[in-house]
Design a binder for this molecule. Structure first.
Ligand code: 3PG
Ligand code: MG
Length: 402
């Protein structure tokens, strides 16, 4: 894959950069700007080289038409603050405003286009629709830099099709992310543990299946844990449960045993009588959840067990919170897990926090980015990479220039 330095002298060139600026918003307030900060160095590097930088990105999942709440306008403002330079904002993506502002750009200036997904062509299933939209994007620029790691698993116009229309290079963020993932998959230093959390086991089946062949330990927390407990024959009360996955999970437990992969499940959980911060809650044994309670976090004995299982690890990948951490009574498990990772990082282990949501969670809980080896900007993308899937946005970069 070519890097930006292979693109030659960029002074005066129009460079289209695909970034992942899909940040969480509360109204128009950005609640975690991690993806903006992670994307800024590539943009700054191009601007410093004298390029006329045209950044494109998506926010949320609008349905192919403009919707004010998904506007990238607040992101343009924050990006400008991070870059320490004005960012011009176009209020459409490939329309008159975008064209005029792209044409007026001076060397070293940065333009952010409005949300790509306000255009149906961006996410269209039909190749010709996507490529028509990619053609409009491509007509704004001379070269393309792919730097939106969080979307490289999406076969979308600005990720995949546009790279087939313009000379292209891989941005520094994507290169860094892929290097780290390669270290996890190609001969990781052992013991190698993977910690998975989050609500649904059905989202993670593929990666669990693949990890049974590479990881030494698999620690499971979050809502998905109850399907595991049910597969072991335990009562889970009102907890999240995917009954249609119980048999698959049973199969995984058997396979893990056969392949010598240790699966570590919580031994206690915080059980509440409602999904709410002020619900009555108590710590109960994981195999004795009362019928009228739901598990909303792993308990203190589980946190200690998880920390112990991570203490000697040399490589750890973590995706997904251990509980409903947004509510204070159920945040302790996720906090303890993050602390265990920080501790082993300081002893030289490679720790990777995978994903926008998990990254936002650790920052929200007060952890500094540099406490971990690497905080990935792409949850879905890194899981698909670990699953061994082909990522269209990376494959197209390997194909060579248009
Ligand atoms: C993300 O937030 O996971 C990435 O930005 C990709 O967004 P998507 O899941 O809506 O494609
Ligand atoms: Mg996502």
């Amino acid at each position: 894959m070519k890097t930006t330095s292979d693109l030659g002298d960029l002074r005066g060139k129009r460079v289209l950069v695909r970034s992942d600026l899909n940040v969480p918003l509360d109204g128009t307030t950005i609640t975690d700007d991690g993806r903006i900060r992670a994307s800024a160095p590539t943009i700054k590097g191009l601007a410093d080289a004298g390029a006329r930088v045209i950044v494109c990105a998506h926010l949320g999942r609008p349905k192919g038409a403009p919707e004010a709440k998904y506007s990238l306008a607040p992101v343009a403002k924050r990006l400008g603050e991070v870059l320490g330079a004005d960012v011009v904002f176009a209020d459409d993506t490939v329309g008159d405003d975008a064209k005029a502002k792209a044409a007026a750009l001076q060397d070293g200036q940065v333009l952010l286009l409005e949300n790509l997904r306000f255009n149906a062509g961006e996410t269209a299933k039909a190749d010709d629709e996507r490529s028509a939209f990619a053609g409009e994007l491509a007509s704004l620029a001379d070269v393309f830099v792919s730097d939106g790691f969080g979307v490289v698993h999406r076969k979308q116009a600005s990720v995949y099709d546009v790279a087939r229309l313009l000379p292209h290079a891989t941005g520094d963020l994507v290169s860094t992310e892929v290097d780290v993932l390669r270290r996890l998959t190609k001969d990781p230093e052992r013991p190698y543990a993977v910690v998975l959390g989050g609500a649904k086991v059905s989202d993670k089946l593929g990666v669990i299946g693949n990890l049974l062949g590479t990881a030494d330990r698999l620690l499971i927390g979050g809502g998905m844990v109850f399907t595991f407990l049910a597969a072991q024959g335990h009562e889970v009360g009102k907890s999240l449960l995917e009954t249609d996955q119980i048999d698959t999970v049973k199969g995984y437990l058997e396979r893990a045993e056969k392949e010598g992969v240790e699966i570590v499940l919580p031994v206690d959980v915080v059980a509440a009588d409602a999904f709410s911060a002020d619900a009555a809650h108590e710590v109960v044994a994981a195999d004795a959840i009362p019928a009228d309670r739901m598990g909303l976090d792993i308990g203190p004995a589980s946190s200690a067990l998880f920390a112990e299982k991570l203490a000697d690890c040399r490589t750890v990948f973590w995706n997904g919170p251990m509980g409903a951490f947004e509510m204070e009574p159920y945040a302790a498990g996720t906090k303890a897990l993050a602390q265990a990772l920080v501790d082993i990082t300081s002893r030289g282990a490679l720790t990777v926090v995978g994903g926008g949501d998990s990254a936002a969670a650790v920052r929200q809980l007060g952890f500094a980015d540099d406490g971990f080896g690497h905080i990935s900007t792409g949850g879905g993308a890194s899981l698909e990479y670990l699953e061994g899937k082909e990522l269209p946005g990376l494959t197209v970069l390997e194909e060579g220039d248009a």
